[in-house]
Design a protein around this ligand. Structure first.
Ligand code: ZN
Length: 151
């Protein structure tokens, strides 16, 4: 990957960390879940409103490192408006993308802007930061009440 592209990806992540989208509580949430990444100290609480099998609204609260916050922000943008099946498929694609063995492997098709996390697969500890919000949203959609932990 070129340095220019890596810089651009870095900028997008920093922007979402500085100005997280869909941040806050959702008072009319139909499901929610909390997730922790003890390794880094990241915490996220995801709230969803699901109507007729579609995510009509989503918000998150929490605190953590730049990658976890940016990932939560971009996760909410990606999942909003999706059907439950589409949201699960997106999680599977994203997870495969950031946990792949080789940076060169092209698994990013269809992930759109989520490709900015392409560099994290080189840092296993960072993968947990990047996937925390995704594991948490899955737990919420499956109505699992136990807290999510990456450990
Ligand atoms: Zn983190």
């Amino acid at each position: 990957m070129s340095d220019d592209l890596q810089d651009l990806y870095q900028e997008v992540i920093l922007d979402h960390n500085k100005r997280p989208r869909n941040r806050g509580r959702l008072d009319h949430a139909t499901c929610d879940a909390e997730g922790y990444n003890p390794l880094c100290g990241d915490h996220v609480h995801v709230y969803l409103q699901v109507e007729d099998g579609r995510v009509t609204d989503i918000r998150f609260e929490g605190s953590g490192c730049a990658i976890s916050t940016a990932s939560a922000s971009m996760m909410t943008e990606s999942v909003k408006g999706k059907t439950l099946e589409e949201a699960k498929e997106l999680f599977r694609s994203f997870h495969a993308f950031v946990t792949r063995d080789k940076v060169e492997t092209d698994l990013g098709n269809g992930l759109g802007k989520l490709e900015v996390f392409s560099g994290v697969c080189q840092y296993p500890a960072r993968v947990k930061c990047a996937t925390l919000a995704w594991h948490t949203v899955q737990a919420a959609l499956e109505n699992r009440t136990d807290n999510v932990s990456t450990e």
